[in-house]
Design a protein around this ligand. Structure first.
Ligand SMILES: Cc1cc2nc3c(=O)[nH]c(=O)nc-3n(C[C@H](O)[C@H](O)[C@H](O)COP(=O)(O)OP(=O)(O)OC[C@H]3O[C@@H](n4cnc5c(N)ncnc54)[C@H](O)[C@@H]3O)c2cc1C
Length: 298
């Protein structure tokens, strides 16, 4: 690529790398290299980096914790931006918390529980960041981030941070209208007073339940969204694909809506399983399953 050959002169405190293997940054442990990998540590650095990339005509992708992501084996011809530094900070007030986009959602849930604050209990076992959780409207047990959102601070094309109200973001089941070029910088979430012991017990029970129902091998969470009134895992299991393998990837034998990387799986292996599951479910049930995971490099 032309821009890789060019000298990269980016003056930021955060890390700047070339040819960074994205398998290192995804829970699937799959994915080829990104031409550029950047970790801006504050809004000023982020705006500077985006301005540079735009002026050079380099496309970019915002990476959270890579827990809902499948990256192509050939990687991404562009820059991957992973927020760091100040984006990992959070501040609790009495009944709210303001959290940077790079804060792990589960850490926030854990701290809220320790403070006897409820509202984020659903997030205890969700391994993504606050930014990824907003874009995906992550949720569990009938609750999602949308239920707690007060506002979101998002950097847009004019390189300024704008404050968005929940209704402006059209948060629905595992989606929002946040543009792939915009960057979630922070969110403010509403909390309620709760009983610390009850919350801790609930959180322990949720995590135990998850461990018993979800595979241990590297994965990216639910592959498909649940079709209305049904469960993608049930459908995939019903067409007999539980435990089905292609290369190093397998449809989990514990939960059929998970694909696991059991032995140096490639993205191609995963895509082959996705195609098979889609085809079989469409043929046998007439249901078109929509991907929940995000694809990069395709
Ligand atoms: C074991 C396991 C269990 C899971 N359980 C659940 C669950 O119960 N419920 C659930 O909803 N999900 C679950 N997930 C999926 C995943 O954790 C969530 O979707 C999470 O919100 C993704 O966050 P992330 O930081 O990893 O985002 P990534 O996977 O890195 O990215 C997801 C999307 O968000 C965008 N994005 C990330 N950060 C930003 C930002 N700062 N600004 C703009 N765009 C951004 C990316 O570009 C991408 O489009 C699970 C995943 C795993 C591996």
């Amino acid at each position: 690529m032309e821009h890789v050959a060019r000298e990269i002169k980016l003056n930021i405190t955060g890390r700047v790398k070339t040819q960074e293997l994205l398998a290192r940054h995804t829970s699937f442990k799959i994915g080829g290299p990104a031409d550029l990998y950047l970790e801006p540590e504050n809004v000023t650095e982020l705006a500077y980096v985006l301005t540079y990339l735009q002026s050079e005509g380099i496309s970019y992708y915002i990476l959270g914790n890579g827990t809902n992501l499948l990256v192509h084996d050939q990687g991404f011809r562009g820059a991957v931006i992973c927020l760091a530094g100040q984006f990992r900070e959070f501040t609790f007030s009495d009944l709210s918390v303001n959290a940077g986009a790079a804060v792990p959602l589960a850490l926030l849930a854990q701290r809220a529980t320790a403070l006897g604050r409820t509202g984020l209990s659903f997030a205890a076992g969700i391994p993504g960041t606050v930014g990824g959780a907003l874009v995906m409207n992550a949720g569990a047990h009938g609750h999602s981030l949308a239920d707690q959102l007060v506002d979101a601070q998002i950097l847009t094309g004019d390189m300024a941070v704008h404050i968005y109200q929940p209704e402006e973001l059209e948060l629905r089941y595992r989606k929002s209208n946040i543009s792939p070029n915009d960057v979630v910088c922070a969110v403010t979430l509403r909390l309620e007073a709760g009983d610390k012991d009850d919350l801790e017990r609930q959180s322990r029970d949720d995590l135990t339940f998850r461990r018993s129902r979800q595979p241990r091998q590297p994965n990216a969470g639910s592959i498909f969204k649940n079709p209305p009134g049904d469960a993608a895992g049930r459908l995939i299991e019903a067409v007999g694909l539980k435990g089905h393998r292609v290369g190093g990837a397998m449809i989990s034998d514990i939960h059929a809506n998970f694909i696991v990387n059991c032995q140096q799986a490639t993205a191609q292996d995963v895509m082959a399983l996705i195609a098979t599951a889609r085809r079989e479910v469409a043929q046998q049930f007439g249901i078109k399953m929509e991907l929940e995971i995000q694809l990069l490099g395709y």
